[in-house]
Write a protein that binds this ligand. Structure first.
Ligand SMILES: Cc1ncc(COP(=O)(O)O)c(C=O)c1O
Length: 394
């Protein structure tokens, strides 16, 4: 049985454990293709290493700045997989990427500061900026002729109050990557106006065959002194509930500020021992599993795209990365919230609306579909979508 076959999914367990708009929260019969989480169990090595650790019966305090082995494993994997040089001493394992984003915002922002947030993008960017008392300034995304997200208009949104740019690479929900020359342009802009960059690379492992992920950090540590990166394991290794992520920087001064705002020295904040054991297993042993997962995702992506683009009143771009589709539904004449409600109430399919709450006002007229499930569930979900769209045509 393949690790990513339908038979390998334990729906009874998902119905008890998978929250955040997923199986445990939906009524019987509804298929959720919603939050970016996996329907498959994790790699066996993660389970085995956790069991070995648990068996000893000790859950003592861990080093405040993270287990050295965990920091080193993350740095090794970043070098091996992404050609990025990170000093393990400047890696802080933390309880989720979401938390990391809030820590970064708190570490560098003050009330009155402005921060550029792309529109659309995952809601966590705006949320973290607002919680830190700063003001998000939305940058409406436009694509260039190659289909890349344009960064050349960013400068128009910079004022004397601008303190940081939030950067989602790869981009959720558009599934876009950035060419190196655009990353160079972004760093030049940040250098010119002395801006911080919140660099979220949580999706950087979910990149399809023939595409290339480029990191800002490949442009050298010297140029990235004001880049604060977050990276995590929820999307690529399925451990969202373990709340595991990390922050890394190129500069000791900013590392100290991050540590301060993470409240790890007082032990009021921080990541659990078990989560760090899981991270080590992911980084040291589970990339083979991720490579297999990518093959499965690629099949799902190609199938879903072909199906959706043959349906009436909907169209979808091909994601280069992520396991998310972000189709345009404007031809239905419905707004995203009404369309999602119609799908759920009348066709038993739950997806995420493109609305201000989730991705910003620029996402209106779109919906997000997550395809990190079995081929069979995806097919059934798409059948329901197709029926719903055809019913609108009648
Ligand atoms: C761009 C982005 N950042 C952060 C997160 C949150 O990740 P975590 O589960 O580690 O908090 C997500 C989850 O979907 C995401 O898409």
């Amino acid at each position: 049985m393949s690790m990513f076959s339908h038979e390998n999914i334990k729906f009874d367990v998902l119905k008890e454990r998978a929250y955040n708009m997923r199986w445990a929260e939906v009524e019987e019969g509804i298929i959720p293709l919603t939050s970016a989480d996996l329907d498959f169990p994790v790699a066996p090595e993660i389970v085995e290493d956790l069991i070995d650790y648990i068996k000893e019966g000790y859950f003592s305090y861990t080093p405040k700045l993270g287990l050295p082995k965990c920091k080193q494993s993350i740095a090794n994997a970043l070098k091996r997989r992404k050609n990025v040089n990170v000093n393990p001493e400047l890696v802080l394992p933390i309880d989720s990427v979401a938390r990391g984003m809030f820590i970064i915002a708190e570490a560098v922002l003050s009330p009155g500061d402005e921060v550029i947030v792309f529109d659309p993008v995952d809601y966590l960017f705006k949320e973290s900026v607002v919680v830190a008392g700063a003001t998000p300034v939305l940058y409406p995304i436009e694509l260039d002729v190659q289909g890349n997200i344009r960064l050349d208009k960013l400068e128009d949104y910079i004022t004397e109050k601008t303190k940081m740019i939030c950067f989602c690479n790869p981009h959720n929900p558009l599934g876009k990557l950035y060419p190196m020359k655009d990353l160079d342009g972004l760093l030049k802009l940040a250098e010119k106006y002395d801006l911080w960059i919140m660099n979220d690379e949580i999706w950087s492992d979910i990149v399809y065959e023939g595409e290339k992920f480029n990191s800002l950090l490949e442009l050298g540590n010297e140029r990235n002194k004001k880049t604060i990166s977050v990276y995590g394991f929820s999307k690529s290794f399925g451990i969202a509930g373990l709340r595991a992520g990390c922050i890394y920087v190129q500069d000791e001064e900013i590392f100290k500020k991050i540590v301060d705002k993470a409240h790890v020295i007082s032990t009021a904040g921080g990541i659990t021992s078990l989560s760090q054991i899981a991270i080590i297993a992911c980084m040291d042993k589970c990339y083979y599993w991720l490579d297999e997962f990518m093959k499965h995702l690629e099949k799902n992506r190609d199938y879903a795209l072909e199906r959706i683009n043959a349906m009436p009143k909907i169209s979808c771009n091909k994601p280069q990365a992520t396991f998310l589709l972000f189709p345009d539904i404007r031809e239905t004449g419905m707004d995203s919230d009404s369309f999602v409600k119609y799908l759920k109430d009348e066709h038993q399919l739950l997806i995420v609306p493109g609305s201000s709450d989730f991705f910003g006002p620029g996402s209106e007229g779109h919906v997000r579909i997550t395809f990190s499930t079995s081929f069979e569930i995806l097919k059934e979900g798409l059948d329901r979508l197709e029926n719903a769209l055809k019913a609108l045509n009648k």
